[in-house]
Design a protein. Structure first.
Length: 356
């Protein structure tokens, strides 16, 4: 059943506050079919862990859900938004729902219309399918999608299907009226700064929220004040929209709150948070399988969710997609080294209810 989306102004206001937005995985059974009970349990977990929004149909959900032979794009989006809305009265809060949109313009428009009709608040637009398109063509594509649903820009790293997008593109993209946010995820500091500079130059930092997708640099992104034009009005990352935050979400919420408090405290709290940068990055390296160019990134997240009881196995839609050699040992290592980054006890207290 479709639900009413937030107004664009309300979506902007919520994003500007700074939210934890997990990128939702896909719960499959041993036959690699959707396990609706476990999929709902994951959504309930994110809601009750304190996430301010959820992104569905994105890389972490597996792009191949769009394959007509698999046919899971609409069912997964429907299930997620329905479950979110049922959780909201218990929480006393309205979450921001974001749908992944990709493909050439015809496909992207179709996905945007579906997301809008289901009641999603914004679309996270991947441009990976337009690898050879010029900047003007990319902008026309973005403008067309933004006319259907509020737009969340997406700088996806090339290693997992994105393309390089220069400062000129971002500067012009940020002039699109219906853009409400940008997920910055090139895993590259130079390219990250391109987006920050473009936002500062646009003067729209009160209308467009930056969200880190740099799973390799989460804490530093959230702490950094970019003083590019007016030192008294820095550009900041408001929050994060992350695959890494699909696990240990309760701790992610606590981290973001610590960052917000640090902005009004002394430098000591900032230094303590900076000490967590290496811990989070080291954990991400194991989960995202950086040793093998991210080949096991989805399976790594599934392994944590399997251990916590959300998933029965690590199964992906592609039978060949699993952990890389040595990755399981790395996951064991970071779980043992950084137990304070996990939320296993929180999950254990509630998982039976979420699965019911």
């Amino acid at each position: 059943m479709a639900t009413r989306a937030l107004t664009q102004d309300d979506t902007r206001a919520k994003l500007q506050l700074g939210l934890v937005i997990p990128a939702h995985p896909l719960a499959l059974n041993a036959q690699r079919k959707l396990d609706e009970r476990r999929q709902r349990a994951l959504t309930r977990y994110y809601c009750e862990a304190g996430a301010g929004g959820i992104a569905v149909g994105v890389h972490t959900t597996q792009f191949s859900i769009r394959d007509p032979k698999i046919g899971l794009f609409k069912p997964v989006l429907e299930l997620a938004v329905e479950t979110i809305r049922k959780c909201e009265p218990r929480l006393g809060a309205r979450l921001v729902s974001i749908a992944g949109v990709c493909g050439l313009t015809e496909q992207a428009l179709g996905e945007a219309v579906l997301a809008r009709d289901l009641g999603y608040d914004a679309a996270l637009l991947s441009l990976g399918a337009l690898r050879e398109a010029s900047t003007p063509d990319l902008l026309r594509h973005c403008q067309a999608v933004s006319a259907v649903i509020p737009l969340f820009g997406f700088y996806l790293q090339p290693a997992v299907g994105g393309r390089k997008l220069d400062y000129d593109f971002w500067r012009r993209f940020l002039d699109i009226e219906n853009v409400v946010g940008v997920k910055v995820a090139p895993f590259n500091r130079y390219q990250t700064v391109d987006v920050v500079r473009a936002l500062a130059a646009s003067g729209r930092q009160r209308k467009v929220a930056l969200y880190t997708g740099n799973d390799d640099n989460i804490v530093a992104d959230l702490l950094t004040e970019f003083r590019l034009f007016d030192p008294g009005d820095p550009v900041r990352f408001a929050g994060g929209l992350l695959g890494h935050w699909a696990v240990w979400t309760k701790r992610a919420v606590e981290l973001l709150e610590d960052v917000k408090r640090s902005r009004v405290r002394s430098g000591e709290s900032v230094l303590a948070l900076l000490g967590r940068t290496a811990e989070v990055t080291d954990s991400n390296a194991a989960l995202f399988d950086t040793a093998h160019d991210f080949a096991g990134c989805i399976a790594g997240l599934h392994e944590i969710l399997r251990r916590q009881g959300f998933l029965e196995g690590r199964w992906c839609l592609d039978p060949n997609e699993d952990l890389s050699p040595g990755q399981l040992g790395e996951i064991d290592r970071v779980c043992q080294t950084y137990p304070h980054l996990t939320d296993d006890s929180f999950v254990a207290q509630h998982i039976d209810r979420w699965l019911s």
